[in-house]
Design a protein around this ligand. Structure first.
Ligand code: SF4
Length: 351
């Protein structure tokens, strides 16, 4: 541990083998290493957050992932699709309430139309020109491209031209055997990577997420982070890494116990230690609640994410956490750090 501390303190990369060797480390040891990485990377004493609005435009989805409580299921969850007018009204309300970023997230549909996607982006930008559009997911982009019969690169080009500013990473778990088990109809690891490369080719940014607690091993989590670190070395496309523990309630993985708060905090710390090429590690407060997210600031998190007004995907699993900009600031201050509001590119908007 002392050798590793010296290495991380000098901001040197740790190997996959060294990361695997941390499986039995205590939360205290991992937090020490994560703090050493933060100091070595010069991340300072400030923690950011963003005021944003999630618009879940539809829950129609053919993928039916085992870990998802959100998608429409006959007799269980009713299907809905928001009209353009409904989406625009939500966007306008969000802007009035101080949101600087809109996220659009739906399911994967055989009818998903790139023309519709471009059209709604144009309408939102026309109505809220300053709004940063962090929209869709690599899987949605993949389906738009496939349905339109065009390359991923061309699809991303058209989305960007229509107003998309960045695309959330929505990576789930980048280990094929896990994907085959929990989301066999969703994009494969290679398809997800292709979408990320298409973003890079179009000069767009993304975030790298990880959904964990799906029944994977510690080594699977490290493998996920290895893939992310490797792509980041090649592309520098990820602005942040965000780890979300599964909320198994109301899903077909409800037999899997929820990841504990300690396990969550250890995973945040591990990400901070391992991902030496991503400046921001975000705390997934939505599933964990603000108190645990506050603790994550001490294990390497330097961004609290967004207030995500009216997010529905996690809510569908029965999780009722919510917060405000004031709640974000209070949590950051309580952790002994200085809060600031950021924009979609992680630049400071106001202290
Ligand atoms: S996680 Fe996404 S792709 Fe999977 S079933 Fe839910 S909405 Fe569909």
């Amino acid at each position: 541990m002392e050798n590793l501390l010296k290495k991380v303190g000098a901001n040197q990369r740790i190997s996959v083998e060294e990361a695997l060797g941390l499986e039995g480390a205590s939360l205290f040891e991992l937090a020490r290493l994560a703090q050493a990485r933060c100091a070595a990377m010069g991340l300072g004493n400030r923690v950011s957050y963003i005021v944003n609005r999630m618009i879940n435009y539809s829950n129609a989805c053919f993928a039916k992932c085992k870990f998802c409580a959100y998608h429409a299921r006959a007799g269980v969850v009713e299907k809905f699709v928001l009209s353009d007018d409904e989406i625009l009204k939500i966007a306008k309300d969000a802007e009035r309430n101080g949101a600087v970023q809109i996220m659009l997230q739906g399911g994967l549909s055989q009818d998903a139309s790139l023309d519709w996607a471009c059209s709604i982006l144009r309408k939102i930008k026309a109505q809220c020109p300053k709004m940063f559009l962090h929209v869709f997911s690599p899987s949605e982009v993949f389906v738009f491209a496939r349905n339109a019969g065009i390359s991923l690169e061309e699809c991303v080009r058209r989305l960007k031209e229509a107003g998309a500013d960045s695309v959330p990473g929505a990576a789930d778990m980048l280990v094929e055997k896990i994907r085959k088990d929990v989301s066999p109809l969703k994009t494969s690891v290679e398809e997800w990577k292709s979408a990320i490369y298409a973003l890079k080719k179009n000069g767009m940014f993304s975030s790298a997420t990880m959904t964990f607690g799906l029944g994977e091993t510690f080594a699977d989590r490290i493998e996920h982070m290895r893939v992310v670190r490797e792509i980041q070395d090649e592309t520098n496309v990820f602005k942040a890494f965000i780890a979300w523990p599964l909320a198994p309630e109301n899903t077909r993985l409800s037999h899997i116990p929820r990841v504990s708060a300690v396990e969550f905090l250890k995973t945040i710390a591990l990400a901070r230690i391992f991902l030496d090429n991503i400046g921001v590690v975000q705390s997934g407060w939505l599933t964990e609640g603000m108190k645990v997210a506050e603790l994550a600031i001490m294990t390497g998190c330097n961004d609290m994410g967004g207030v995500l007004m009216d997010e529905m995907v996690v809510k569908s699993a029965g999780i009722g956490n919510s917060t405000t900009a004031g709640g974000m600031r209070a949590a950051i201050l309580a952790a002994g750090k200085i809060p600031f509001e950021r924009d979609g590119l992680y630049e400071e908007l106001k202290a």
